[in-house]
Design a protein around this ligand. Structure first.
Ligand SMILES: [Zn+2]
Length: 421
């Protein structure tokens, strides 16, 4: 019997139910990072480690590391996050940590040490739900953290991030010390729910993730002229909303030229915003995403050109300012192939495993940006819904996912040994 056949994915599912019981209320999961419920989730998790021959500690950024020493110091890292958004789902993040736990446990209880060292990481504050800083712990690990900006972050009650960190034993000034955890890292793998409708639409339980999409996020302001809605003839109006509305429709055409690209005008405010005035100012936001940096740059340029055209047509002017952007992060080609193989062997012996990019960002993107070979596996999300208490995945698919992820871990270990990394 091979190790894959002996591996039992059920423990991950049992623990997911236990965690849900412990940290959710009628509104959903409440494991917001740096809060009491999150700490409860983490100490519950630690209680599952006591009977295993592993070392565990928290790093300078609050990430939890569990290490099973192998015959070699070369290290495979498995990870995800136990924190959730408020009123979140039971699987986002927790699935990856508890699948990693099932695999680590399997290796820890085998007769001999694994051929490479296996580490499981529970990243601190992936969601950024309370302080608006996503990927907090993994960015400190990757050295892309931003202490100067973080110092001014506060939650709704005026508690600063720095104070909340101190309450959890983390010194904001030292979070960069988490970089020491990179030692000997040869590969990083993360299992996550898809959080979108693609796999469900294809009728597939699992997919190999190509990388995380880059993002261009801008504020766009159209300036026209406020005017009385009764006395201003249509022909002479300078209606800022008309220009903004044309752009809101045009971005669908701009995105539609590319397979996986998305463009979203997520907010639009009008001023003065009353029923009896032509809109003098319209403030919109635009979020554009694609895995290909060239496509992303092209969509950004086309949206700018279109906004100029529509502003001109409506006798308005337009100004753009960048809110935020991030480069696309492609994952490692060989690990993506191994992920496909693991999926095919587990669920779909004939045919092709589906490859898809991730729209949401993940801790895996921070790790990949460091140059550590990385990939993710997605499992289907029912209805494509997440960050919500109705977030769900069929239990049969969850079991397949944990099993395929174990197979991927085994293949990656073999690859680490063969590659002389
Ligand atoms: Zn997540």
């Amino acid at each position: 019997m091979t190790s894959s056949q002996l591996f039992d994915p059920q423990i991950a599912l049992t623990l997911l139910h236990e965690l849900r019981e412990l940290t959710a209320n009628e509104q959903g999961a409440q494991r917001v990072a740096w809060t009491e419920t999150w700490r409860r989730a983490r100490s519950w998790f630690e209680s599952k480690l006591h009977d295993l021959p592993v070392e565990y500690h928290r790093d300078a950024a609050g990430n939890n590391w569990i290490t099973l020493k192998g015959a070699s110091d070369k290290t495979l890292i498995l990870g995800s996050h136990l924190d959730s958004v408020p009123n979140g789902g039971w699987l986002d993040g927790a699935l990856g940590v508890l699948a990693g736990y099932a695999i680590l446990r399997h290796f820890a209880l085998s007769e001999s040490a694994p051929p490479v060292t296996i580490r499981l990481v529970d990243w601190a504050d992936e969601e950024g739900a309370r302080f608006g800083r996503s990927l907090f712990g993994s960015s400190a690990f990757a050295g892309t953290h931003s202490i100067a900006a973080d110092r001014y972050r506060a939650d709704r009650d005026g508690i600063t991030l720095e104070e909340a960190l101190a309450e959890n034993g983390v010194d904001l000034n030292r979070i960069g010390d988490a970089a020491v955890e990179r030692a000997n890292a040869c590969a990083y793998l993360e299992l996550h729910i898809e959080q979108g409708p693609i796999l469900e639409g294809l009728g597939l339980p699992l997919g190999a993730v190509l990388g995380t999409k880059g993002v261009e996020r801008h504020a766009i302001i159209f300036h026209g002229q406020e005017a009385h809605s009764g006395s201003t003839p249509m022909a002479v109006r300078r209606d800022a909303l008309a220009a903004a509305s044309k752009l809101a429709l045009e971005i669908r055409t701009i995105a539609g030229k590319h397979a996986d690209a998305v463009c979203t005008m997520g907010s639009l405010k009008t001023f003065p915003g009353i029923v009896t005035a032509v809109v003098g100012r319209a403030e919109a936001t635009l979020d554009q995403r694609d895995l290909d940096a060239g496509v992303l740059a092209q969509m950004y340029r086309e949206a700018q050109e279109a906004s100029q055209r529509f502003a001109h047509e409506e006798r308005c002017s337009v100004e753009w300012s960048r809110i935020w952007n991030i480069e696309p992060v492609p994952f490692h080609p060989r690990l993506i192939e191994l992920c496909e193989e693991a999926i095919r062997e587990t669920v779909n012996p004939i045919g092709k495993a589906h490859r898809l990019p991730s729209g949401p960002l993940h801790d895996a993107a921070e790790v990949a940006r460091l140059g550590i070979p990385t990939t993710m596996m997605f499992v289907q999300s029912l209805g494509g819904i997440s960050h919500n208490k109705i977030e769900d995945t069929r239990e049969s698919d969850l079991l397949l996912a944990v099993r395929a992820f174990h197979t991927l871990a085994e293949k990656t270990i073999a690859w680490i040994l063969s590659e002389a990394l």
